[in-house]
Design a protein around this ligand. Structure first.
Ligand code: CA
Length: 665
């Protein structure tokens, strides 16, 4: 306690003397550590299951790169007790011990207009570093080596380095890194880790081959070793779900003998596979190459709502994995489970960093006013000025914040209870279990199928467990009839269960009832051939150039003008009652006299046929049999009949893309 009082007094004194806020002052000494709690924060309602065995020096990081731009835009942040407070202090007081900041070489146009995304140049990093250091946290410097966002989709070299040969670019990267790190050192910033490149998935700083990339990685690493010999050097990749890519990256780095300490990965639960997969691939790399590993970026939504009139990357109904509800406790559970995975299930796991947990709305009442601030202060993801550098993405879609629903602060800058997770994981905080949200229901229904909404839904509890609760859907019989006759469409049905809003997403689709309908599964016995005339070749073939779609099709050929005659068909006995249509396509040649048709049978009786033409290579003809009426329990056979007398070098043909769909017209 005495230490806290001392540091507060020191800060007050500095303000009095200089008029500058405390964070500019460069405090030093062990007083800093008092901001990061060394015991459990009591009284939180947040449910947190303890993570056992967390080492004292485990990195619990927060990327908070946009804060200065947001503050210039008028954003204020508050403490848990409701007073305006430096957000970096609030982070430290919540258990965060590392602040990560991205650095772009020159995120400005020729007139000094910022590209946005926080206009994160080295001066921004110095300011953030000073503040982080003053609250006892270390800085993690994330060099993109670009003038704007670098990620798996883009790794543009800085404007000033464009067109450089690799030797010159390597020297420039080394000089730039050294110069930036010296600025941080001169400012008294406690740099704990430096990453050379951001999500460098096989491309880096405009280079696309590892032979060149290795020089850049090594040059950056060398500069770090010289200026901050105690800091760790990290390399950072994305998409751990692509396991072989990660194996390849680690192998290349070893082959080229790149000097680094930490193999770091992004892990966004929506897109990046399971935690089991993450721990396996990182453990494998840690063991094989003797490296430390960590999660360099993760995040999770606490709400599906947007607050700044600029759409978010994650919202309701998206086609992404949703392992936790979009709630405050869901967000905390996601972070807790990533930490647990890296601490207890991953070899040499040293940390987890949350991405941009402080990026919130600039807070005006309209898109127009927000946009003015984004443009002026760079507080949105990109300003219009970025279009000169990134015309295809920023140039088209520039605007505000796409992750305000994944921050740890609400739209007014007040911390969410989930921010406590960085402290509470060490101790556990198993509060009374409450229903936190309802699990979304997703139904995919064929046009002829019946729409049956479930009578109960899962409530997701604050510990991620599930309990069934009865649900009442807000839907009438007329609504269901309208969906059934509405063709292919998507619907959202709302309801209520246990006092919470329930959602059911219904997709009415034209389901293809045939198995291996385009032969892409190879010869799997889904199709039956009844051969009448001899053919020299009659089989499922893999040859993309001869297929209507995909790589596979059904092939026939008969040498020396021998005749070909066969049926290729599938039989089904489990179709729902209704009207169906069948279609199949063919191309071929040298047929001589021929008869080819698509057909359908119901209980052995013909239910229609469609004659088809064989003309020449590449000219596909599709035969469609419509109005196939099916009653419950009927046996349906659909297929194609081919009979050719043969000509030239013998009749040949290719059959592909069979479809049996419900018919609603
Ligand atoms: Ca937004």
């Amino acid at each position: 306690m005495e230490k806290i009082i001392r540091s507060v007094l020191a800060a007050a004194l500095i303000i009095a003397l200089t008029g500058l806020p405390a964070f500019i002052s460069g405090c030093s000494g062990d007083t800093h550590k008092t901001y990061i709690p060394s015991s459990k924060i009591e009284g939180s309602s947040l449910y947190v299951r303890k993570v056992e065995n967390i080492p004292d020096d485990f990195i619990l990081g927060m990327d908070a790169s946009c804060v200065p731009a947001l503050e210039e835009s008028g954003v204020k942040y508050y403490s848990f007790s409701g007073e305006e407070q430096d957000v970096y202090r609030t982070l430290a007081e919540s258990g965060v011990n590392f602040i990560r900041v991205r650095v772009w070489n020159n995120p400005y146009d020729g007139n000094g207009n910022g590209y946005g995304g926080g206009n994160c140049d080295i001066d921004n990093a110095v300011e953030i570093g000073r503040r982080a250091t003053s609250y006892g946290m270390k800085l993690l410097v994330d060099f993109h080596y670009s003038d704007f966002w670098a990620d798996p989709g883009k790794q543009f070299a800085p404007k000033a380095w464009k067109g450089m040969e690799i030797e010159e670019k390597t020297q420039s990267l080394y000089d730039y890194t050294k110069e930036c790190l010296e600025k941080l050192k001169d400012a008294g910033v406690d740099v704990g880790m430096v990453q050379i490149g951001n999500e460098t998935n096989g491309t880096f700083c405009g280079e696309k081959i590892w032979f060149n990339m290795q020089y850049l990685f090594s040059a950056g690493s060398k500069a770090v070793r010289e200026i901050f010999p105690d800091a760790k050097v990290a390399l950072h990749f994305a998409n751990p779900e692509k396991v072989t890519n990660y194996q390849e990256y680690a192998k290349k780095l070893a082959y080229y003998n790149v000097d680094y300490d930490v193999f770091a990965s992004s892990y966004y639960p929506y897109w990046h596979g399971t935690l089991d997969n993450l721990s396996q691939i990182l453990s494998e790399i840690a063991e094989t190459y003797g490296k430390q590993v960590m999660v360099m970026e993760t995040s999770y939504a606490f709400t599906a709502e947007d607050t700044d009139f600029f759409g978010n990357t994650i919202s309701d109904g998206g086609n992404v994995a949703k392992p936790y509800p979009y709630t405050v406790n869901g967000q905390a559970n996601s972070v807790r489970d990533v930490i647990d995975t890296i601490v207890n299930r991953t070899k040499n796991g040293i940390g987890v960093v949350y991405w941009e947990g402080t990026w919130i709305t600039v807070g005006t009442e309209s898109w127009e006013k927000n946009s003015e601030l984004w443009e002026k202060y760079g507080s949105g993801w990109a300003s219009s000025y970025a279009s000169e550098y990134d015309p295809n993405d920023a140039g088209k879609y520039y605007g505000g914040c796409a992750v305000d629903n994944q921050a740890f602060f609400d739209a007014q800058g007040r911390p969410l209870e989930s921010l406590r997770v960085f402290n509470l994981v060490k101790y556990g905080n198993e509060t009374e279990l409450l229903a936190d949200a309802l699990e979304d229901v997703t139904l995919t229904v064929d046009l002829n199928g019946s729409i049956q909404l479930p009578e109960s839904v899962n409530a997701i509890m604050t510990d991620s467990s599930k309990q069934q609760v009865p649900v009442k859907w807000d839907i009438t019989d007329q609504d269901i009839e309208a969906m059934k006759s509405g063709g292919v469409a998507k619907y959202t049905v709302k309801g209520e269960a246990g006092g919470m809003p329930a959602v059911c997403y219904i997709s009415m689709i034209e389901f293809n009832f045939l198995k291996n309908s385009g032969f892409e599964d190879g010869d799997d016995n889904s199709w039956t051939v009844r051969e009448i005339g001899s053919a020299n070749e009659l089989f499922v073939e893999k040859k993309g150039t001869d297929s209507l779609t995909g790589d596979w099709h059904y092939h026939y050929w008969s040498a020396a003008q021998n005749s070909v005659e066969f049926y290729l068909e599938q039989t089904l006995d489990d179709l729902a009652a209704g009207k169906y249509k069948f279609s199949i396509s063919i191309m071929g040649g040298d047929s001589g006299t021929y008869e080819v048709y698509a057909y359908a049978q119901v209980n052995g009786e013909s239910a229609g046929r469609a004659d088809m033409q064989i003309t020449s290579y590449g000219n596909w003809d599709t035969g469609t049999v419509k109005d196939i009426s099916v009653s419950e329990g009927d046996v349906i056979t659909v297929g194609i009949f081919v009979k050719c007398s043969g000509a030239g070098n013998g009749a040949w043909g290719k059959i592909d893309d069979a479809m049996l769909n419900s018919q609603t017209d």
